[in-house]
Design a protein around this ligand. Sequence first.
Ligand SMILES: [Zn+2]
Length: 314
Amino acid sequence: MRQHRRPFRQITRHALASCAALTVALAAGFLPRVATAQRPLKVYISVDMEGIAGVVTGDQLGPTGFEYERARGFMTGEALAAIAGARDAGATEIVVSDSHGNGESLLIDQFPDDVRIVRSWPRPLMMMEGIDSTFSAAVFVGYHASTTSPAGVRAHTISSANLASVSLNGVAMPEAGINAAIAGRFGVPVVFISGDNVAVDETRRLLGDVEGAVVKQAISFHAASTMTPKAAQQLIREHVKAAVQRRSAFKPYVVKAPVTLDVIFKNYRPAEMLAFLSSVQRTTSHGIRFVGKDMIEVSKFLEFIGTYQPDLAP
Ligand SMILES: [Zn+2]
């Protein structure tokens, strides 16, 4: 169902002038509809793939995997469930970021027509591109544990091939932490995460008691005991609804600025080369430090080091 947003000023004037009409609406049982129409409620949904039910290996995670097309459907189903849950809680506007791999995994023709979808890379705000201070809540679907976690299906941070650790102000971060800090820069709290049990636990240790949907139990890096897609979607819808309903209980995750970013590479040469830049400090054989004035600068730096190659074309 399509929801229409009315100009705020008009709504305010209307609200002040029509207490009597509201009372009548309340008596007639129309309040939920009236309340939904009066207050725009924007929800940002960032979707990754490693934490989607059924996803365990590269067979699901990329275009060369035999089950990628089906996994795109599972991922799309969980994103749609999160949208439905947010709508159940009164969301009027939704932005979804397609934040795994090539950024083109979601089956966009299956989404409601009033949802915007952020696709492909690079993006200054990475997995949070499109968020700003007008959003009331951020929702993470299909997330995975960090590269410094000893457990979790496909545990990594940003790049499993290149990065051994990413820290903000001295604290090792999963992607959920980095993305929560980007949302926090705009005053937006994270209210929900889904993924395997390790990802959900790790995020809660960092952000506090956000709503969580554990859609699989990690057995090893490439094995899990998983829910079916349909069962996972039902769980996600219920918990996203509860999370958005109690969004005022969650605080934005704000990292103190300026933000010190420490990155440990798996290889030696990226650290050596980046330290040629005066804004970058070499900390160890494989490590560099960058101090950004805020999370926007830090996000741009991370996107740069993950994307730049001298032979970029076009
Ligand atoms: Zn991913």
